[in-house]
Design a protein around this ligand. Structure first.
Ligand SMILES: [Zn+2]
Length: 97
C-alpha cells in the first residue's frame, strides 16, 4: 500500500501534495506494471476518466497527459492496437530500458 494515493476531488497526492500521479507514484507504478504496459495504460485511463469528472476546469488534453501520457510504452501499445485492427499479425517487440 502506497502513501502516494490520489485524493479526489482535487486529485492531489496524499503523500506529497502535488498533482497525482506524483513522480514517486509514477515510479512505483512503472515498477508494479513493468511487464504489463497495457494494464498500466488501462489502469491510468480509468483514473483519468474519474478525474475528468471532478476536474471539469482542466483541459482534457492536459489531464490526459497527466494521467495517461507518461505511461511507458503507451505509443507502442497504440501502434500495436492499430496494426491489430488493420488485420496484421502482431509484432510486439520488448524494449529494454
Ligand atoms: Zn506523492
Amino acid at each position: 500500500m502506497t502513501a502516494h494515493a490520489p485524493v479526489p476531488p482535487l486529485w492531489n497526492c496524499a503523500g506529497c501534495g502535488v498533482g497525482w500521479p506524483c513522480p514517486t507514484r509514477r515510479r512505483e507504478l512503472r515498477a508494479e506494471f513493468e511487464d504489463a504496459p497495457v494494464s498500466l495504460a488501462l489502469y491510468m485511463s480509468s483514473h483519468f476518466v474519474r478525474a475528468a469528472e471532478d476536474l471539469v476546469g482542466v483541459p482534457a488534453g492536459q489531464l490526459h497527459q497527466r494521467f495517461v501520457g507518461w505511461v511507458r510504452g503507451d505509443e507502442q501499445v497504440h501502434q500495436h492496437t492499430e496494426r491489430h485492427l488493420a488485420g496484421e499479425r502482431p509484432r510486439f517487440r520488448r524494449r529494454r530500458i
